[in-house]
Design a protein around this ligand. Structure first.
Ligand code: DAH
Length: 349
């Protein structure tokens, strides 16, 4: 090969790769062009290697030409690569770009859970009668959940409520409270009457979940201790509550019952809000009455346990299931609807 031939070849290589680089439509395609030119077996690489067969004199003139060409093409590939990468990036951004001029999704307003609504309604009525809201812990000791409520160890009444006990290093056994009556003790302890509180909250029992039972549910407790509190006060308070919930015609009745922390103890029924004693009413089963909860006059032993003199003071207490009231009030026939948090259900309140 003469020096002239070699120079001719250089021109052809240059023409060829200038046009190849211009044609490459992606960074990947350009890389292949680059390898074909400058790679270990690339056309320009081979051409530069062939310089070794020329005389020293020729090498002096051809060498710089070859190097200049190599630099020119390298720079060209780099510039072309940068341009391709930039347009690929831009195309990618455009592909998943948001159109910020579109209108936003319509807002779904949040709303209160039906149990929160029911609790607030009950509490609202009782607060207007002078009852203050009191809270207590879910994890309790046996003293607050049982002992001070006149349910001593081994008393058969303890079996009435199946209890979740907690394992732990505490000296006192810990449990999940089985009723809100524990708050009676917590509130009376260290205070002197007159006292008038309600305490809504979550309670826990070993019950299997079905349409009317849940191992976790809610109660509202009421407690009123003062001079000369009587069953008549209890009845008027609960009548006001039921009228507030179910309308001015609602009435209540007491049936004698037993709870260790009250004497006498009663079960409270309210007139069925779904019928007027109609024989076929599925809610009250034709009786005209619905069971609302338990109540009674605070047992002297309970007052003694918190240092209140039962000779001087008397009180009433009541406890009601919030789910039950909410089910009646909203016409919900399965307690599980309250816990599944299906928005199609929740949206209706
Ligand atoms: N604690 C009782 C229960 O969970 C309900 C109850 C009955 C509460 C009578 C009271 C009461 O305050 O006086 O079954």
């Amino acid at each position: 090969m003469t020096p002239k031939d070699w120079q001719g070849k250089c021109s052809l290589v240059r023409e060829h790769f200038l046009s190849e680089a211009a044609k490459a439509a992606s960074a990947e395609a350009l890389e292949a062009v680059k390898v074909a030119c400058l790679g270990r077996k690339g056309e320009l690489t081979e051409l530069l290697k062939s310089l070794k067969d020329f005389s020293l004199e020729d090498k002096k003139t051809l060498g710089p030409l070859g190097n200049a060409l190599k630099q020119e093409l390298s720079a060209l590939f780099d510039a072309r690569e940068a341009a391709l990468k930039a347009s690929e990036l831009e195309a990618g951004l455009m592909a998943d770009a948001s159109d910020v001029t579109l209108p936003p999704y319509p807002f779904q307003r949040g709303r209160l859970h039906p149990l929160t609504l029911a609790t607030r309604r009950i509490a609202g009525i009782l607060e207007r009668l002078g009852f203050a809201w009191a809270d207590g812990p879910h994890v309790e000791t046996e003293r607050y959940n049982f002992d001070a409520l006149n349910i001593p160890q081994n008393h058969p009444a303890r079996a009435m409520q199946d209890t979740f006990y907690l394992n732990g290093p505490c000296r006192d056994k810990r449990l999940l409270r089985t009723h809100t009556s524990s708050v009676q003790i917590r509130y009376m302890e260290g205070r002197k009457p007159p006292l008038r509180i309600i305490s809504p909250g979550r309670v826990f029992r070993k019950d299997a979940l079905d349409a009317s039972h849940s191992p976790v549910f809610h109660q509202v407790e009421g407690l009123y201790v003062d001079k000369n509190v009587s069953m008549a006060d209890l009845k008027s308070t609960l009548t006001s509550l039921m009228r507030g919930l179910f309308g001015p015609k609602a009435r209540i009745r007491f049936r004698p019952s037993f709870f260790p922390f009250v004497e006498p103890g009663v079960e409270v029924d309210a007139t069925c809000s779904f019928c007027s004693g109609g024989a076929r009413c599925p809610v009250c089963k034709g009786t005209g009455w619905l069971e609302m909860g338990g109540a009674g006059m605070v047992h002297p032993n309970v007052l003694k346990a918190v240092d209140i003199d039962p000779e001087q003071w008397s009180g009433f207490a009541f406890g009601m299931g919030i789910e039950r009231l909410a089910m009646l009030d909203y016409g919900v026939n399965d307690i599980r609807a309250f816990y599944e948090n299906d928005v199609r259900v929740l949206r209706q309140f």
